[in-house]
Design a binder for this molecule. Sequence first.
Ligand SMILES: Nc1ncnc2c1ncn2[C@@H]1O[C@H](COP(=O)(O)OP(=O)(O)OP(=O)(O)O)[C@@H](O)[C@H]1O
Length: 670
Amino acid sequence: MELEAIPGVGEKTARALRALDDPEATVESGDVAAIARAPGVNEARAARVARGAIRKRHDDAGRVLATDRSREVYRDALGLLTERAVTDYAEKRLETFYPSGSGSRIAEAQAFAADAMDYDPDPTVLDALAGVEPLTDPATVRVRDRCLATADAERYAEAEAAVPELSVETVEDARDIAELARSYATVIVLDESFAGMDVEGDVHVRPDALETPAETVPERLLAFFAENRDRLEAAIGVHEAAGIAADAPADLDRLRDALARLDDDGTIVGDAELTRLTDAVDDLDAAVSTAESVADDRLREAIRERDVTIEGTDFLSLVEQGARVDSLLDRELADEYDAAMASARDHLVDALELEPDEAELAGRVFGGDPSFPVDHDETAVSRLETELAAARDRRAARLKAELADDLGDLREPVEALVRDALELDVELAVARFARDFDCVLPEVVGPDEDGTAEGGETAGFRIEGGRSPLLDVEFAEVDPVDYAVSGTTLLSGVNSGGKTSTLDLVALVVVLAQMGMPVPAESATVERFEEIHYYAKSQGTLDAGAFEATLRDFGDLVEGADGRLVLVDELESITEPGASAKIIAGILEALDGQDATAVFVSHLAREIREAADFDIAVDGIEAEGLVDGELRVNRSPKKGHLARSTPELIVEKLAGDRESDFYGTLLEKF
Ligand SMILES: Nc1ncnc2c1ncn2[C@@H]1O[C@H](COP(=O)(O)OP(=O)(O)OP(=O)(O)O)[C@@H](O)[C@H]1O
């Protein structure tokens, strides 16, 4: 698919998307997180791109949401779904569901929703989902103890791009490489031509080094897993909590084990030998100084307990030349001195847990000329340190390579593991929505081959037991509404009977149905409308300019209205009642000849009927009576019935209650 051909994708976005590994497939996949990896593309934009790709795939150019109020209902519907998502990803992914005019798109989304509705939204899964986020690429880690070397300028540029973690050095001959081997612990030569050369140091000729990054820079893979550890552990948790661990795209035990061997900074943990060597290097100076103290204490004790006989010449020498104590120590306390040195060596070996060959080096730290306090051999200490550090680095490098090798196989599967967990969140949001509001998947009826809707000229909508979650009462208190309209109709009814709420319910059910989502009803069939025109009640009489603009809107609306759903709430409030009735009658007349479905809520049903040239259908939300001054309403509109208004009901009640002609006469006027 040509990226620029996707609605909403301009040249700049297309350029950003091309930075993705497989731009077309990624955009097609609808994976909002993967699309959002394109530079400068955030998740909201990614959702728009994914939506555009869906439109393109289904050749769905139509704009179903035709008015502000229709768009508001869509936002509310989406809100009911997104507020049930745990992750940001799922919220954005849900935005790729939009009311579509395309039958194939609705069928595709319905198939997704049908699967989703089978899920049980277990609270432990929702808890586990809280830690799942799309995987991120960590910042490039610089590795300073290794370099790449090549004599080829092209290869040099290639290497710099492929392995930004390592320095790339230009070399001409083996001498240059030997030089590098003195500055770097490891040199990886990229040119085959250097194979077989004899240079000292850790030098490898690996022409395939750029193609095998896990071996060349295991740090890259380790940094990726370290950076994403929490997300991966959360994704493992989701699979386990949801009971889908066996079908997970990665071996979860292996992944968990590999992650346990990795520290947050990409270093290796949990290896006893590496810990021993690392600690030994870190603690060496402190251990040497403690070993000295141990020896000093021992010697001090020995000296204190000894009676030393000193010859006169020695005594003289002591007095004349300052203390030649070492010779004295050597002669008089040789055994004690040796024992003290041995205890210092033992301390060093014990404290640093040195292995025999290291202990031998440690032995050289204490053993010089006798002195008190005892002294250590600094050269021997630094030799020991160099050896220990080298052993540590060798061990770390080996473990890193081993772990990177293990993780290499998991690199691709973990992408799927996290994506599956995030997708599960999308499905669970739909499942929870469906459960919370007792939803069903509606039947969405498309046009027949001749262009008219299936099941008659105009299919319209039929809702049974519909309950809107958007009402200002608790969902449990919402009365179910049955309502079906095919063609055009007026909806009359008592004040506060639920006329506006009925229009809202119809709009919500149709919008959700065309999104391919379940609807809050016992059953529902809706026509696949090309456009939904919902006009909310005007807040008051319009001035001449606004009135003219509104009339123009309706003028446009009635032009080519086939396939449209028109919901209008009390249009009469825009101007004086007499004129309003004529205008509404005119609009209904214009719509009646077309395959449009229209519901006009009005208190002027009688007047509109009188003003119309044809027989306008009227439905009514009827009050069943007054109970304790409160209206008891049947919320389901009665077909072909002009509902009595609230004043009429009250007059009727008074006429019944009182023996007075006044109320009876008044009632006759209704
Ligand atoms: N199906 C329902 N179940 C429970 N309560 C409802 C239902 N429909 C409406 N209501 C309640 O009735 C109130 C009034 O509803 P609504 O505004 O739809 O009436 P209306 O007929 O449009 O009123 P008006 O004639 O004044 O414009 C709502 O705010 C809601 O509290």
